[in-house]
Design a protein around this ligand. Structure first.
Ligand code: FAD
Length: 303
């Protein structure tokens, strides 16, 4: 009977949104339309990803700066350890701090040779997200989020090793974990239980991926440690050339997932927006998040 009632969530839920830095002018326009559309929903923060090997370093910085200068939003800059010495990473973090950034998402990153290749840290670099978290904490009183993997990271031989890595991140100062996307809420819940049993008490915020393109999601999910259940494939089957129906189904699927998590007691959600507003806006609306009139919207001209 889940859809027969609106959960009493008014004012109790928090959301955050993730963007990636645009590569072209057209992508940049779309990102800013998305940012402006989502801004009135007053997310607790918006995060901006960092490309492999620092390939987006300038674009990440530019996007974060623009968020600081042109919106009311609080940006969080992602940072990785890939192909960079400790000094180089520290320098980039210092530049963000100088810019006014206080929130970061600390990641090891994927090998620049591509996901699936063995990860080799830079000889003078930070080895993983835990080491990077510690290094960021030494730069000041920063709010550091880290990654967590409900189905364990593909390189973790077992859950114990995976949880141990999360524990090292917490010990080094991480105050929030954001999960890889997942579609089976039981897997998430089991992971959180494992973490709690291991003495990890920081929020483990579910990362929700509204499915803009099922074929693409199915293709990259396995590589990033997320499984695609058969029932999900079934929901999208035959919709490859039906973009509008695909979007309606995607909105229902994501809302269903989030509403179920709310029933399980979750009150904070991180959305992978893919730089698009509609699905995230729809799901936020479904859980009672409404635009704040004084944020982002154009103010009427004074008479
Ligand atoms: P870590 O958690 O540091 O390590 C991953 C695993 O590697 C560990 O669980 C462990 O199994 C193994 N490992 C690491 N160090 C050791 C060690 N010393 N000894 C033994 N085993 C070890 N990628 C980007 O390039 N840019 C982004 O902006 C970005 N943002 C992301 C945001 C979120 C919320 C998530 C979940 C992922 C993001 N990623 C991003 C993807 C991420 O970089 C990859 O999943 C990468 O493979 C792992 O990075 P990590 O920080 O999770 O790694």
């Amino acid at each position: 009977q889940r859809f027969s009632r609106q959960p009493d969530t008014a004012g109790k839920l928090r959301v955050s949104f993730e963007f990636f830095p645009p590569k072209t002018d057209a992508m940049e326009d779309r990102l800013w339309e998305t940012v402006k559309r989502l801004e009135p929903l007053a997310p607790s923060f918006v995060s901006v990803t960092y490309g492999a090997g620092g390939s987006t370093r300038e674009r990440t910085a530019r996007t974060v700066r623009r968020i600081l200068e042109e919106t009311t939003l609080t940006p969080a800059a992602h940072m990785t350890c890939v192909d960079a010495s400790r000094e180089e990473v520290d320098q980039v973090v210092a530049e963000f701090v100088e810019m006014g950034v206080k929130r970061f998402v600390a990641l090891r990153g994927d090998p620049s040779a591509g996901v699936g290749a063995a990860y080799r840290p830079h000889p003078n670099g930070y080895a993983n997200g835990a080491e990077l978290t510690g290094a960021m904490k030494r730069q000041g009183d920063l709010d550091i989020s880290v990654s967590a993997y409900p189905e364990k990271h593909p390189e973790s031989p077992d859950f114990a090793t995976d949880i141990d890595m999360l524990k090292r991140k917490v010990d080094n100062g991480a105050t929030r974990a954001i999960t890889q996307f997942f579609f089976d809420n039981d897997l998430y819940e089991r992971y959180v239980e494992r973490a709690r049993r291991a003495g990890i008490y920081i929020p483990i915020v579910p990362g929700i991926l509204p499915v803009h393109n099922f074929t693409q999601v199915a293709n990259f999910a396995g590589r990033c440690g997320a499984s695609v259940p058969g029932w999900l494939a079934e929901r999208f089957a035959g919709l490859e050339n039906e973009p509008q129906i695909h979007a309606l189904v995607a909105s229902a699927v994501a809302a269903e997932q989030v509403l179920d998590l709310i029933e399980r007691g979750i009150d904070d959600f991180h959305f992978y927006t893919m730089n698009r507003a509609d699905l995230v806006y729809a799901v936020s609306h479904m859980i009672g998040i409404r635009p704040k009139a004084d944020l982002g919207a154009e103010q009427p001209a004074a008479a």
